[in-house]
Design a protein around this ligand. Structure first.
Ligand code: ZN
Ligand code: ZN
Length: 134
C-alpha cells in the first residue's frame, strides 16, 4: 500500500511507536512540540484508519492510542485507571467463534478488569480503600 504520510503524521506515529504504551490524545499533544491540536487529531484519525495505530476506549480514562504491533489483551485497573498489556492472543479463538454466525473478524479487543499490582500493594499496606465490591 503506497500512502503518503505527512511529516506531522510521522511525528505522531513516532511518539507512539517509541513509547510503546497507551497515550491519550492530550498526552500525545504534550509530546509533539510545535504541532497544532487539529493537526495531531487529524494525524490520529488517519493513522487509526490505516490500521497503524489503534484507538481504545478502556476504563474511565479518555480514549487511548497505541501502536499496532503484536496481538495482546488489556488489563484495566478499576482503582487507578492504569492500562496494562497482557501477552495473550485470543484472536484465533474469536475468529473461529464468529465464523459460526457467518461473521468475519477483522480485529478484536479483550479487556480484563480488576486491581493492578500497585493498587493491591497499597491496599495491603493499609491504605484506606473505601469501595466495597458488590
Ligand atoms: Zn491500579
Ligand atoms: Zn496495549
Amino acid at each position: 500500500m503506497s500512502e503518503r504520510m505527512s511529516a506531522h503524521t510521522k511525528t505522531v506515529l513516532g511518539v507512539l511507536s517509541e513509547k510503546r504504551c497507551h497515550l491519550t490524545a492530550e498526552e500525545i499533544l504534550a509530546r509533539v512540540n510545535g504541532v497544532g491540536t487539529a493537526t495531531v487529531y487529524r494525524a490520529l484519525d488517519s493513522l487509526t484508519e490505516s490500521g497503524r495505530i489503534r484507538r481504545l476506549s478502556l476504563g474511565k480514562k479518555s480514549a487511548v492510542y497505541e501502536y499496532t504491533r503484536d496481538a495482546h489483551m488489556h488489563f484495566v485497573c478499576s482503582c487507578c485507571g492504569g492500562i496494562y498489556d497482557i501477552r495473550a492472543d485470543f484472536s484465533g479463538m474469536i475468529g473461529e467463534a464468529a465464523k459460526c454466525g457467518g461473521h468475519q473478524v477483522d480485529w478484536s479487543e479483550i479487556t480484563a478488569h480488576g486491581l493492578c499490582s500497585a493498587c493491591l500493594l497499597g491496599r495491603e499496606a493499609g491504605d484506606s480503600f473505601e469501595r466495597r465490591d458488590a
